[in-house]
Write a protein that binds this ligand. Structure first.
Ligand code: CA
Length: 347
């Protein structure tokens, strides 16, 4: 009887052990960063307060704004949230091949600029970017721990494509890629947000997007189809700023004026969904699709196309998990809970 008792106790202890001993997943946060309300910053707040995730470094890339803005703003946000121990590495200042036109310059063409960054709110951070490049950091970090590092890719995929070209074993050594990008027109809510059918991140660097989507790295794709189901309103803003932390102060300073002006405004959530995917993937509904990116100059430059089977001309498409919907209620509650947590950012 006593032996059975001890056995039962051991079994119970062993059953409890894995959950307690679960190590944090190592990630690299690849981003076309800018101060909130931009979604990259709002995604970083979630990651900083999620103990399941260990951010090894932030790599910056040209996208929504220039690479220089991305670097300066990331350093400053880390300083303001007392997380300057996370290193920032400068990445690509522009796409692999895509030449910006006058049209681009007039419409969200920050990626097509390389002027020095203006000072972020409160002035430049004391800490500078690391001297090593983003590509060097991506390659060496992934190759040191093959199969263990996840990349959260929240901007154009230029840095990741360059890492693949720098180290032939890079792709097979990445654990997983969670990508905010693309739009699947064959599914609901799948039109583009920049050109009629192209999503912004993929449009900025279509060649990089195609290289990365064809890489064979296990991919979870978070396209506009799911972003359009995540509508951030003042109700949730109010819940965040009801708590006072360095992070919620940043949210208040940067989202407050917009909500004051138009309390009925709605902000779609993009990068935040990819960030939450790291912690609670089951909150997002996914389908398995073959996805590829059009790199032919013309009306579909940068357009992602997805289907349950390959199609003539789509032989290069690789299978990946594509998010189509989410459990909004559970998602937003978890997001707000984490962003308002009295985490390590407290001071
Ligand atoms: Ca982004």
């Amino acid at each position: 009887m006593r032996r059975i008792g001890i056995c039962a106790l051991l079994v119970a202890l062993l059953a409890a052990a894995p959950a307690a001993a679960q190590p944090a997943q190592k990630i690299i946060f690849d981003t076309d960063f800018a101060f909130p309300p931009q979604d990259d910053a709002m995604a970083l707040f979630f990651v900083l307060n999620s103990p399941e995730v260990e951010t090894l470094g932030i790599t910056t890339v040209a996208g929504n704004r220039s690479r220089n803005v991305a670097t300066a703003d990331a350093l400053k946000v880390l300083e303001l949230t007392n997380r300057s121990e996370i290193p920032v590495f400068e990445g690509a200042a522009g796409p692999l091949l895509h030449q910006g036109t006058d049209w681009d310059l007039k419409r969200h063409g920050g990626w097509y600029a390389n002027e020095p960054a203006p000072a972020p709110p409160g002035g430049f951070a004391k800490k500078k970017a690391e001297t090593r490049s983003a590509v060097d950091f991506l390659v060496s970090t992934v190759m040191q721990s093959p199969g263990q590092v996840t990349i959260l890719a929240l901007g154009p995929l230029t840095n990741i494509a360059m890492a693949m070209r720098t180290e032939v074993n890079f792709a097979r050594s990445v654990k997983q890629l969670v990508i905010m990008g693309g739009a699947i027109a064959s599914l609901p809510d799948g039109g583009g947000n920049h050109t009629p059918n192209a999503e912004f991140n993929f449009y900025v660097d279509p060649e990089a997007a195609q290289i990365v989507l064809r890489s064979g790295i296990p991919i979870v794709l978070s396209p506009l189809n799911v972003s359009r189901k995540a509508r951030f309103t003042k109700e949730w803003y109010d819940r965040i700023v009801a708590v006072d932390t360095p992070i919620t102060r940043l949210v208040k300073d940067n989202l407050g004026p917009g909500f004051q002006q138009r309390p009925d405004r709605i902000g779609l959530m993009y990068d935040q969904i990819a960030a939450v995917t790291l912690v609670r993937p089951a909150l997002m509904k996914t389908v398995e699709l073959y996805v590829d990116v059009d790199i032919n100059p013309g009306v579909n430059y940068g357009v992602s196309v997805g289907a349950p089977q390959t199609w003539p001309g789509g032989e290069g498409a690789r299978k990946m998990l594509v998010q189509t919907d989410l459990d909004w209620d559970a998602f937003i509650r978890l997001y707000v809970e984490r962003v308002t947590a009295q985490g390590r950012a407290r001071k």
